[in-house]
Structures are given as C-alpha cells and as structure tokens.
Design a protein around this ligand. Sequence first.
Ligand SMILES: [Zn+2]
Length: 288
Amino acid sequence: MSESAAVLSGIHWPQPELDRMTGVRGDPDRLRGLCASGRVLVVDDSGSFAVSRHDGRVSLAGGPEVFESTSHLLVGRVQHQVWFARRGEVGPDAATLRDGELGPAERQVAEAAVALLGWHRGEPVCDRCHQPTQWVPGGGTRRCGSGHENFPRTDPAVIVAVTDERERLLLAHQVVWPAGRCSVLAGFVEAGESAEAAVLREIDEEVRLPVHSVRYLHSQPWPFPRSLMLAFAARGDGELSPDGHEIEWARWFTRDELHRELAARKLLLPGPASIAGRMIDLWQHGRL
Ligand SMILES: [Zn+2]
C-alpha cells in the first residue's frame, strides 16, 4: 500500500465494495431470477430512499419484486446481497445521501441507485442523433431508435483543501449559504479542462490565491444531480481576496481558531457524510 493510501485508509475512506455485475446487464432471464431473490430499493424523485431503523442503526429497506424490464435497475451485489432499485414513493422512514447514516457498503448501493435513476428520470435524448432514448433492461444504459447506446453522465467537480506554510486551512463562505457556514473551495471542471487545471483556476477565481503542490486525495459520488467530487490538497500562501459574487469571505484558520469558533457556534462545517467534511476532519487530525 502506498503512503497516501495508508493515510487515507486511516480515516476510513470507504473502499469499493459494490460489484456492479456488469456481465448480467442485458440478460433478462438472469435479471428476472436475481430480482425475485434480491432486494429492491425504492428511490423517490428527490433522491430519498427507503430505510429501516433498529437500535440506532440505519440500513437500506426493500424486498424481492417481480422484475419489470423498463423500471428495475440492477445496482449490484454487496455483502452477498443483490440490490435492484426503482422509482417510487418512499414512506416517512426515508434517508438521503446527505445524512451519512448508512454503512459504507450500503451507501455505495444508494449512491449508484440515486445517480442512475436520476439520469433515467431526465429521459435524455441520444448523444449522436438526438432521438428519444429508451431504458435498456438492467438500466445501465439507454438506447435510441437507431440502436445507439447512451451511457450515464457524471459532472466532475474539484474540491480543494488549501493549507499554508503554518498548516492553516483555507475555509470560505459562499454568498448563498446561511451565516457562519463555511467549507473548503470547490467548483466544476470545465469542458476540455484537466482536474488539476480546474484546481488552479477555481482557487484563483474565488480567492485570487496561487497554489502549488496539488495532490489528489480521493473521490466521492455526489448525485445532486450528478457530480463526482474529486478531492485535492494544495499549498498556498498569502492574502485572500474573495470574489464577492460566489465567495463572501475566506479566511485562514489554525486548528485552535477553528475549534474555538465551532465551540462558540460561530461556524458551521459540512457534515461528515460529505467529502468536504472528511477533508476538514483529516486536517484537524494533522493527516492532510
Ligand atoms: Zn441515436
């Protein structure tokens, strides 16, 4: 294991556990059998999904169903359990990916289900000929009348923990956020741009800070509606000049300053389910 992987696994970054069973997609007989003996997660159009709660533990809810070739999505297998998903109404015992209550394996099922069902819900036209597309059994792709296969879309975004030579962390507050909320900087990768270039551009645009020593950390699917967050660490030193449009204020924090202001309830950080929350936690423990 490389040094960076060891550091990252030390804070329990989720490892891939979901077998997406891509070989089964497009095989209606096997899909029918697996759905009848598997479990079906119901996801509503806001991305909430059915869960059960026992003794403070939250787990995905859903039982076997009769396979419908145009609505049952094959998600894959985790911990010897095959999961499908479909759109539907969820009851009061629902959860979202923002909550962070699920264990890492079941979270991967929910991430894939929410992302893929969200893509289908938009009923995209064909990339090549712009005809309507139809759901392909298994739900991994869509196909148009001319037989062109269309694949799900993901929007890459970069999220960057910038520290200075004194190990202070750059946190910023967006204009649209409630007072006190702050996080590390983030932005979408533009078309034809590398993720590394997006890191430099976003930080320059948002706070006018040149950074260097850019280092990739990890990624997290964030299907609201279809982002893939690519987390980086970077170094920078100097004054911060927030752009005033997107970023209202930006500051360097020492660990003590952040701790004090959180204790005084002056600041609100992203939750532990988000990659931003994990990056800040990593820095707080001196492991970034
Ligand atoms: Zn087409």
